[in-house]
Write a protein that binds this ligand. Structure first.
Ligand code: CO
Length: 136
């Protein structure tokens, strides 16, 4: 079954946003993780059955840095968790979507992920993910 796993939020200053969510939700991130190949440092905040994923750029060439330049801080993507990410990718291809990568690739939080470009999804970048780490 597909469920909302997390909401990605592009931020300039993760520490400032972490303390914001401490005020809003009563707690800040429970973990941070760098994903070098995506050029991001991620910070995860539990929010009920889903999470917030704060995304900080590692450098000026990071896709998140470019996103912040164009659109500023805010909603970056929605992530849906699926049971079989390869089957999901094929299902979406069969429907005419073009995923941004040829194959699912490793993302933060022990997941395989792929994205659909916002031009295919009415303006919101959509991630699909599947947990591949036992115990995560
Ligand atoms: Co994500």
């Amino acid at each position: 079954m597909i469920r909302l796993e997390h909401i990605g939020i592009a931020v300039r200053d993760a520490a400032a946003v972490a303390s914001l969510y401490e005020q809003l939700l009563g707690h800040g991130p429970y973990k941070a993780e760098t994903v070098e190949r995506e050029g991001v440092r991620t910070h995860f905040i539990q929010a009920g059955t889903a999470k917030l994923e704060l995304l900080e750029a590692l450098g000026p060439d990071s896709p998140v840095a470019k996103y912040l330049e164009r659109r500023g801080e805010g909603l970056h993507h929605l992530a849906f968790e699926v049971d079989d990410i390869h089957a999901e990718m094929q299902r979406l291809r069969d429907l005419g979507f073009t995923p941004l990568s040829d194959e699912p690739r490793p993302g933060a939080d022990g997941k395989l992920i792929f994205f659909l470009h916002p031009k295919q999804t009415h303006g919101v970048l959509v991630e699909f993910c599947q947990s591949v780490d036992a115990g995560s």
